[in-house]
Design a protein around this ligand. Structure first.
Ligand code: 2DE
Ligand code: MG
Ligand code: MG
Ligand code: MG
Ligand code: MG
Length: 326
């Protein structure tokens, strides 16, 4: 990785991004600013801005007379949208911790937390003019709308195995996670000078790593490590039928476990039993294979692009996803 020049340059750009992100947290309300800074600086991997940066660089390898835009404002918009969605997500999910740090709503309350998420989204919008006429703002607006629909869809299908199908599940994880990764690649590539048409396979790359990423996240609800700073069984508590759970129920046809999974009130013992049940079936192995399948698809999406440091980094990223949670 050290020899990859694209990744070396990325490190410098990510440092500049940090300054912009901290600036976005600024306000005349010390409580709001402090709490936003705590979450912004809590050790996120800056995956979305990094994807945008690498795809922007990849477009630089294409010939022809192209109009290239700066990438930093876009990187900032993507990270702010992502952080806003996490703040809202933690309110909805009643999560106490993220990245090992206490969540905003636990400190300033649910209502202020929602406003602080809205605030970051507004701060993201400040950067829209940098991309006038490219179609980038339209893609980002559509992505944010899809993220909301994903959350609504997830709530509507909760606690009901009949309402959740495999097809639904894939659409749900595309909306809540994959489309923002897809948009990061897509808009990054467009800012780099690719046409919307040329950037499509990079959008597909982002979507596929996004699906892999969320399936992996859903596995970690059953088999997480302490390092993640997220408790186990959160999806079970919320009644979300994720792939590992659906597969386990299908394989075992266990009526008692199905009933338990659908129950709106679950004790800690119920959660532990469900986790042991799912881990005890072959469903985690099956689901891990799905993660590998989607990360392989992502690598195929890169096929048509010329060999470059950016392509090497994107390939490594897709491979790394299958191994652990990024
Ligand atoms: C994380 O899913 C999904 C996040 C998307 C949330 C989108 C919202 C719509 P998880 P973890 C709330 C608002 C969108 C905006 C502001 C652009 O499985 O396990 O709950 O990390 O993730 O909690
Ligand atoms: Mg959550
Ligand atoms: Mg959630
Ligand atoms: Mg535009
Ligand atoms: Mg999760």
């Amino acid at each position: 990785i050290k020899e990859n020049v694209a990744l070396q340059e990325l490190t410098g750009e990510l440092n500049r991004l940090e300054a912009l992100l901290v600036k976005a947290c600024g306000s005349d309300n010390a409580m709001l600013t402090e709490n936003l800074k705590r979450i912004i600086l809590s050790g996120g991997k800056r995956l979305r801005p990094s994807l945008a940066y690498l795809c922007h660089g990849l477009a630089g390898y294409a010939g022809g007379d192209r109009k290239k835009r700066e990438i930093l404002p876009l990187m900032c918009m993507l990270e702010l949208m992502h952080t806003a969605s996490l703040i809202h997500d933690d309110v909805i999910d009643h999560s106490d911790e993220r990245r090992g740090v206490i969540t905003i709503h636990k400190v300033i309350g649910r209502h202020s937390a929602i406003k602080s998420g809205d605030y970051l989204l507004a701060k993201a919008m400040e950067h829209i003019p940098a991309y006038h006429g490219t179609g980038i703002s339209e893609v980002l607006a559509d992505t944010a709308a899809q993220m909301c629909l994903g959350e609504v869809q997830q709530m509507r299908t909760a606690f009901s195995r009949e309402k959740q199908t495999y097809e639904n599940y894939i659409l749900q994880i595309k909306r809540k996670t994959a489309y923002l990764l897809a948009a990061s690649c897509y808009t990054g590539a467009v800012a780099g000078g690719f046409t919307l048409e040329e950037a499509k396979s990079l959008r597909s790359y982002g979507e596929n790593i996004g699906i892999a990423f969320q399936i992996k996240d859903d596995i970690l609800d059953f088999k997480g490590s302490r390092k993640l700073g997220k408790p186990l069984g959160q999806d079970l508590r919320k009644g979300i039928f994720t792939l590992p759970l659906m597969k386990a129920l299908e394989a075992e046809q266990d009526a008692e476990m199905l009933k338990l999974a659908c129950a709106e009130e679950k004790s800690e013992t119920d959660i532990e039993r469900l986790i042991r049940f799912v881990v005890g079936t072959g469903s985690i192995g099956y689901t891990e294979n799905k993660v590998r399948e989607y990360s392989q698809k992502a690598i195929w999406d890169l096929e048509t692009f010329p060999e470059s440091p950016q392509k090497a980094a994107l390939t490594d990223l897709a491979e790394g996803l299958a191994e652990r949670k990024l």
